[in-house]
Design a binder for this molecule. Structure first.
Ligand SMILES: CC(C)(COP(=O)(O)OP(=O)(O)OC[C@H]1O[C@@H](n2cnc3c(N)ncnc32)[C@H](O)[C@@H]1OP(=O)(O)O)[C@@H](O)C(=O)NCCC(=O)NCCS
Length: 379
């Protein structure tokens, strides 16, 4: 190994392998994403979010009986302790929804029946509770912040439809449910992204899985990560019309303004999730008679590729898909949480099953040893 620490240093850990996983592979050139070996294209076309979560947790797709049992456990765990609802009610109405969701998960932990069981089995059971409660918590946080009462889940609806139902009390049409389900599958897992890595660092100290989830939420919030879907929609609203799109994006490039929902640390040849979701969002737009966002998207994609060699990432089509589904923008990143809890949980369990404390080195560039300590009265 080189004695020059800078030889081993990569800012942002870019290109550095920091672990081993069997959960998913994020591959560039050709760009693809697989969960436990299965291409997300196949999952997006044929699976439910629940089957995907099962795959991530149990390393295989469920058969009919296993899925029925899994759905049953999810349904029985889909509630929030009254104390948690009361706590969320106390938060200021100006609270960022991501902060409410983070707080909600932190408050829920001690009410988990497996709170003190950090065995593999206990962690899997906690993961299922977390996956089950996430949509209830996100919808409840949104409604409480808007001064409305939470709507209890409908046990006959799967995660995607149930969440949309808990937001408004109206069951979504089949196309909206299908499109939203696809987005949850695509958001469920993504290798060693910042929030998953942060979650693994937390549990590597032998802290608990809820602490890992809370860490993940805090990390996902930033606009360079999960927060990008909200920023992308605000940007699309600012652009407003297809006629304005080319001028807008060329000006953004000239003035070095970041175009949200474009670029990716790992995918330099396109994000496979964005390809799938662009198609889905296009279909929903056509069905709802509202194709403006797809048209703006096409123009942005063309110019960004020509001028910067950058492709859209998943957050770009997710943003306008959610807008087309009538979902308020402040919910986009919390929805990412609701899906990603499956990936975070799988990673926390994988980390704990074969743990080694994650503790890298840092290069010190401060003053050399020998700076004298000056007593307080002499400073
Ligand atoms: C995701 C992201 C942080 C990846 O960043 P990265 O791997 O560190 O790549 P860099 O920031 O080094 O970008 C490389 C070049 O592309 C440019 N670039 C990257 N993303 C850009 C974007 N969205 N808009 C405009 N330019 C962008 C950078 O300015 C840089 O240009 P330069 O070489 O002329 O300085 C970055 O692409 C970004 O900020 N995207 C917008 C936020 C977003 O959508 N995040 C969600 C990710 S899933």
């Amino acid at each position: 190994m080189s004695t020059d620490p800078y030889a081993n240093y990569s800012p942002g850990l870019e290109g550095v392998y920091a672990g081993v996983t069997t959960i998913s592979e994020v591959h560039d050139d050709p760009s693809y994403l697989i969960y436990r070996g299965i291409d997300v294209n196949d999952l997006a076309a044929q699976a439910s979010y629940e089957e995907t979560a099962y795959l991530l947790l149990y390393e295989k797709l469920p058969n009919r009986e296993e899925l029925a049992n899994f759905l049953d456990v999810l349904n029985r765990s889909r509630y929030l302790p009254a104390e948690v609802v009361a706590g969320l009610r106390l938060m200021p109405k100006t609270t960022d929804l991501m902060d409410m969701v983070r707080t909600g998960f932190a408050m829920t932990a001690p009410f988990d029946p497996d709170y003190e069981d950090n065995s593999h089995g206990g962690n899997v059971r906690k993961a299922i509770h977390i996956i089950a409660r996430a949509p209830v918590l996100v919808a409840a946080a949104y409604r409480l912040r808007s001064g409305k009462e939470p709507i209890p889940p409908d046990p006959n609806l799967r995660t995607s439809a149930n969440f949309l139902y808990m937001l408004t009390g109206e069951k979504p049409d089949e196309l909206s449910d299908r499109a939203f389900n696809t987005s949850l599958i695509l958001y469920a897992e993504h290798g060693f992204n910042a929030s998953t890595f942060a979650c693994r660092v937390t549990v590597s100290t032998l802290s608990d899985i809820y602490s890992g989830i809370v860490t993940g939420i805090g990390t996902l919030k930033g606009p360079l990560h999960g927060g990008a879907n909200e920023e992308a929609m605000k940007m699309l609203l600012e652009i407003g019309t297809p006629a304005n799109a080319e001028k807008w994006v060329r000006h953004a490039i000239e003035t070095k303004r970041k175009v949200m929902g474009f670029g990716h640390r790992e995918y330099k040849h396109g994000d496979p999730r964005a390809r799938i979701l662009t198609k889905v969002a296009g279909e929903v737009g056509k069905a709802k008679g509202y194709t403006i966002w797809s048209k703006i998207g096409e123009i942005l994609e063309k110019v960004m590729l020509e001028e910067k060699g950058l492709y859209p990432n998943v957050d770009f089509p997710a943003a306008y898909l959610y807008y087309l589904l009538g979902i308020p923008i402040s919910l986009y990143t919390p929805i990412f949480v609701m899906a990603r809890v499956a990936g975070w949980s799988a990673h926390a369990i994988e980390q704990l099953d074969n743990n080694r404390l994650i503790r890298p080195k840092v290069i010190y560039e401060g003053p050399a040893r020998g700076v004298p300590f000056v007593p307080i009265d002499e400073r």
